[in-house]
Design a protein around this ligand. Structure first.
Ligand SMILES: CC(C)(COP(=O)(O)OP(=O)(O)OC[C@H]1O[C@@H](n2cnc3c(N)ncnc32)[C@H](O)[C@@H]1OP(=O)(O)O)[C@@H](O)C(=O)NCCC(=O)NCCS
Length: 187
């Protein structure tokens, strides 16, 4: 099936169910016209609120599986978590879209750090059956290109040691900050 035009995509997604007027205003004013077709199979573009349900469904599928096996109990639990990320006024998201399906997602937030503008990746995932085919790398390249155009200087994230994601991030130019530790206080 031929891939839809960028214009059609934006029309479809902006006419979807919107969660609130605030989000509608934010996304309509920050994300429109940012889309890029990289080939006949994959479209890369910024997230908009009409993507929320597909992103939540895919998130639950991916993180309920190897190597995470997270215990997300329902679609709504995941959806609420993603809405918390999205309601952040400095939120930004990026997607890879294959025909009608979202196949990879990057959700994060911007930070004006003293060393320069940073983008913190909160979630990055590729559909289980599509992993290992270079889609994550293509999405990461798109995220980087988009942010470089806005003068961002760094990407930062947290992940687990010794899972495929660690190797993926290293191959995509990330390194471990040996001066940092991740601290938790159980309440
Ligand atoms: C980690 C992830 C985002 C990588 O995306 P991807 O599209 O699968 O990665 P790519 O195909 O672009 O692979 C690039 C490199 O990542 C590593 N990699 C990716 N998937 C791998 C796997 N299943 N096993 C081993 N290495 C893997 C490899 O080093 C690969 O390099 P290679 O092709 O030279 O072997 C994706 O596999 C994923 O969503 N995993 C589950 C969710 C997750 O862990 N997200 C990160 C949370 S912080």
């Amino acid at each position: 099936m031929p891939i839809k035009t960028v214009k059609d995509h934006f029309h479809d997604h902006f006419s979807g169910n919107l969660i609130s007027r605030h989000l509608n205003y934010y996304f309509l004013n920050s994300n429109e016209n940012k889309s890029e077709l990289i080939d006949q199979e994959l479209e890369l573009r910024t997230f908009n609120i009409g993507d929320i349900d597909k992103c939540a469904k895919l998130f639950k599928e991916v993180f309920s599986d190897y190597p995470w096996y997270d215990n997300w109990i329902s679609f709504n639990q995941v959806r609420n978590y993603l809405i918390e990320l999205i309601e952040n006024p400095v939120f930004e998201g990026f997607l890879a879209y294959d025909d009608k399906e979202i196949v990879a997602v990057c959700l994060g937030h911007k930070r004006s750090w003293w060393m320069g503008k940073e983008f913190c990746i909160d979630e990055f995932y590729v559909a289980n059956k599509m992993q290992g085919n270079g889609i994550g790398t293509k999405l990461m390249d798109y995220v980087k290109d988009s942010l470089i155009k806005e003068d961002y200087t760094r990407l930062v994230l947290l992940t687990n040691k010794e899972i495929p994601a660690e190797e993926f991030y290293i191959k995509n130019g990330f390194y471990t900050n040996q001066d940092r530790i991740n601290m938790i206080n159980e309440l």
